[in-house]
Design a binder for this molecule. Structure first.
Ligand code: SAM
Length: 311
């Protein structure tokens, strides 16, 4: 049966994502993805429908649902959706959840310097980690009105990051579960459809920078260094591209690590988490070699927290 119902279609896409994500909770994640990208996802499905001579194109939703329900991985529509570049980008390496590492954030805030606190976050997905970190920062700000942290966010250019910088929307039902009413009131505004957007106050605290770790600037950043740099579940995505000369890949990875080191103040910290999948062997070896040379390490599972030695 064909349905043009928004909720129904989101459920279908959610079930599809669950096939790939196994037991991880994807429901809330997909609420955010689908709210922001339902038109793009449907356009990709309609292109697949055309390629498979499905008429009317709307039919693809029910064919797709049936294949997902039956876990029919050989089904040509399921295969086409699995290999669709945009859909993979929207729900693959961008996957994350709210309040994923509360103990890590707690520890990092206990170690924060007394004065200004400049944080860099590399890899922000749909903003969940920034909001989770900001929740802890708000608690600190409530205790100390002079505490005014700044967060710079770096991510490779993607359609998701573009939205986070300008007009991403969140379902209130999802954010209400994870953020305090105070944080919601400060960091968000509500639009006419009842979706939440980042507020002016939020954007004033944040800097957004497009940066592909595989293409870092050669000139060191001399203007700003950070007290804390978080790079959580990003290094796993540094892989050689298909057919790439391995020595080029290794140079790019070395440059990425050197760039990370340069961004941190002499007594600053780097928090690295590689939870969702093992990084490439060369990248794991670089993490050991570069950080163990320059930094003292504390483990607050699953984070490796490196404190740069003051020289
Ligand atoms: C799994 S998400 C992690 C989000 C968040 N740090 C967390 O742990 O919840 C991975 C993020 O890294 C970004 N990313 C992947 N490869 C990257 C690269 N080469 N340079 C910069 N960002 C990258 C993705 O776009 C995505 O936002």
């Amino acid at each position: 049966m064909i349905t043009d119902d928004f909720e129904k279609r989101r459920e279908i896409i959610t079930k599809f994502a669950e096939l790939g994500a196994m037991m991880l909770p994807v429901e809330e994640f997909m609420h955010i993805v689908f709210l922001n990208f339902h038109a793009e996802i449907e356009a990709e499905l309609f292109t697949i429908a055309e390629q498979h001579q499905i008429e009317p194109k709307n039919e693809i939703w029910s064919i797709f649902e049936q294949a997902v329900d039956q876990c029919d991985f050989d089904h040509p529509i399921l295969q086409a959706v699995f290999s669709n570049t945009l859909i993979r980008q929207l729900i693959g390496p961008e996957y994350t959840i709210f309040n994923r590492y509360p103990k890590v954030y707690e520890y990092l805030l206990r170690k924060k310097p007394a004065g200004e606190f400049n944080i860099a976050v590399i890899g922000c997905s749909y903003g969940q980690e920034i909001m989770s970190m900001l929740k802890c920062l708000h608690e600190e700000m409530a205790k100390n009105p002079d505490f005014s942290p700044k967060i710079d966010i770096f991510n490779k250019p993607t359609s998701i990051f573009q939205k986070v910088q300008t007009n991403i929307r969140y379902p209130e039902s999802v954010l209400k579960k994870h953020l305090t009413p105070q944080q919601l009131a400060v960091d968000f505004t509500v639009d006419e459809h009842g979706s939440l957007h980042f507020s002016e106050a939020f954007y004033q605290r944040m800097g957004f920078y497009e940066l592909d770790l595989f293409d870092v600037p050669h000139e060191p950043n001399s203007t700003k260094q950070y007290d804390l740099l978080m790079i959580h579940n990003v290094l796993q995505y540094l892989e050689p591209s298909e057919g790439q000369d391995i020595s080029i890949f290794q140079q790019q990875a070395e440059a990425a690590f050197q760039w990370i080191v340069q961004q941190v103040k002499p007594s600053g910290m780097v928090s690295i988490i590689n939870e969702s999948k093992k990084p490439n062997d060369f990248v794991a070896e670089l993490q050991d070699r570069i950080f163990n040379q320059h930094y003292a390490c504390t483990i607050v599972k699953p984070a490796y927290l490196y404190t740069k030695q003051a020289i």
